[in-house]
Design a protein around this ligand. Structure first.
Ligand code: SF4
Length: 513
């Protein structure tokens, strides 16, 4: 198959700049590729590209340390069936590999053009591939980055080196210590830097934002993604799908795509089967059922916070932080937490304006929408037990640690535990084994022990929800001392209740709030 340049040269994409430098250090795929390819080679390159983009689809947060290594090995492993080289691995000096990389991109783009459902996937995964290359494969100089921006007619100014120390003195730059390219500063109008401004990762001066290397790379990727969007639009208007050669090519690519898609679907299905987080979606805290859930599934610490919120129509700072981060990890969206749980209670004593002014920001902060933009995940039991001991009017903390023995006994009796069971739990409390006491509380209340020792309140919640869906324990094992050691068979429980992590990618465990 020969790529026909005439279409591209006679019809100009209205979105593209005519003054394009096609020979930059990194290919932004702004012109058709050169050369001849057989259909089999097209299929081979198409498959390689799909596999590469799938790697980035699997690891959207490819910059995190662990994912970076997985992406690297994923890219390394992409097999070439016809061509001996893996064209995705970039090499500025290997012109043939560059040509094949170019062709593979264009083949996937061409395939996607006719199905707008694929556009979002194509743009975002290609963007990640470019970002990965710019960060780890191909270190471009500031001049080269500037040339790319120029070629897209993007307005910017390079700040002369001599002025950089002044900007540092004025604290306009230099406080982002992760950015090693602090000498390479670009000045752009603030409207072109809104995404950095909203994250507070850049400073402004006289209507301009000063971007250092890592931000410029993100900007280049943004522009590249927009460019892809315009190319897809353009292609959808001008690609002549009725041409037999085009149809023939797309049909043969479709065979590869369907095969790839089937494998990816199967892979995702297996992943979901093995991912207890899939269960999390169905067991998330439903705010409309929170009354029942708090009584039947919340750990004592969170049940107490919720009951205190209803009783006092208020929670003090640490109580708010601990309860809201628990709700967040339990799957409650921010708006539901604010509008259905906190606001209705707080506004029984204060006005809505006062709630907005004094508290709403705090909840938004916990959910990662304000301040340092890192959402908080549920705090661990160790933190609850050891840090921030509650004062006399505080409601936070671990009841097994922070309540006196009369109060903790009363709490357990109120939660329906039998006197004998309470005494067994108290033996652990007296031995300062607070988490172990909590695990036993779980077991006496539910008839099963947790499949793994309690270490995070939200883990208590999910395990409790899972057990609620289990068949009742066998009759011969019910009651008496034997019940405490009730064995749950590997097959039925282990898989369902082993929950690897309660912190998601964008959150932290409340360490630095
Ligand atoms: Fe809450 Fe953990 Fe204490 Fe249990 S051990 S009450 S889950 S803090």
């Amino acid at each position: 198959m020969e790529f026909d340049h005439t279409v591209a040269t006679t019809k100009t994409n209205q979105y593209s700049s005519p003054e394009i430098n096609h020979d930059g250090p990194i290919n932004l795929y702004r012109t058709p590729p050169d050369g001849h390819l057989t259909l089999e080679e097209c299929q081979d390159l198409f498959r390689q590209r799909l596999e590469a983009l799938h790697v980035f689809e699997q690891y959207p947060d490819f910059l995190s340390k662990d994912n970076k290594d997985l992406v690297k090995s994923g890219i390394e492993q992409i097999k070439s069936h016809v061509f001996k080289t893996n064209c995705i691995k970039s090499n500025q000096y290997d012109k043939e590999r560059q040509r094949l990389d170019h062709s593979s991109h264009m083949l996937v783009r061409m395939y996607c053009i006719r199905d707008p459902n694929l556009w979002g996937w194509f743009k975002s995964t290609e963007r990640r591939l470019l970002h990965y290359r710019l960060l780890f494969d191909m270190i471009l100089t500031a001049d080269q980055l500037g040339l790319i921006l120029q070629s897209f007619r993007f307005k910017f100014e390079r700040v002369p080196f001599a002025e950089v120390p002044n900007l540092k003195k004025e604290h306009v730059i230099g406080w982002n210590l992760r950015d090693k390219g602090q000498e390479e500063v670009f000045k752009v109008h603030f409207t072109n830097a809104l995404k950095f401004i909203s994250k507070r990762s850049v400073a402004l001066k006289e209507g301009y934002a000063f971007l250092t290397r890592s931000e410029i790379i993100i900007l280049v990727c943004d522009i590249f993604e927009k460019h892809l969007e315009s190319e897809l639009n353009y292609g959808s208007q001008h690609l002549n799908l009725s041409l037999p050669q085009v149809q023939h090519l797309l049909d043969s690519l479709e065979v590869v795509y369907l095969d790839y898609d089937e494998k990816v679907t199967e892979y995702k299905r297996k992943l979901k089967q093995n991912d207890p987080n899939g269960y999390h979606n169905t067991a998330a805290i439903d705010v409309d059922d929170i009354e029942d859930l708090s009584k039947n599934h919340f750990p004592p610490c969170m049940r107490y916070l919720y009951e205190s919120l209803k009783e006092d129509n208020h929670l003090k700072h640490m109580g708010r932080v601990l309860f809201a981060s628990f709700l967040r990890s339990g799957g409650v969206p921010m708006d539901s937490a604010i509008d259905k749980i906190f606001r209705p209670e707080f506004t029984k004593k204060i006005t809505n304006e006062k709630f907005k002014l004094n508290y709403e920001y705090n909840f938004r902060h916990i959910y990662g929408k304000e301040g340092h933009k890192k959402a908080l995940s549920c705090f661990s039991c160790d933190k609850m037990i050891n840090d921030n001991p509650p004062g006399p009017t505080d409601k936070h903390g671990c009841p097994f640690k922070h309540f006196d023995s009369t109060r903790v006994r009363a709490m357990m009796a109120n939660h329906g535990l039998k006197a004998n069971d309470i005494e067994s739990i108290m033996m652990r409390v007296d031995g300062k084994e607070y988490k172990s006491a909590c695990s036993l509380y779980f077991e006496f209340q539910r008839g099963y022990p947790p499949s793994e020792p309690i270490r995070i309140p939200v883990q208590f919640y999910y395990q409790s929800r899972i057990l609620a869906n289990m068949p009742p324990p066998p009759l011969e094992n019910q009651g008496g001392e034997e019940n405490h050691g009730l064995a749950i068979t590997e097959g039925n429980l282990k898989e369902a209740t082993t929950v690897p992590s309660y912190a998601d990618e964008d959150s932290e465990m409340g360490d630095d709030f």
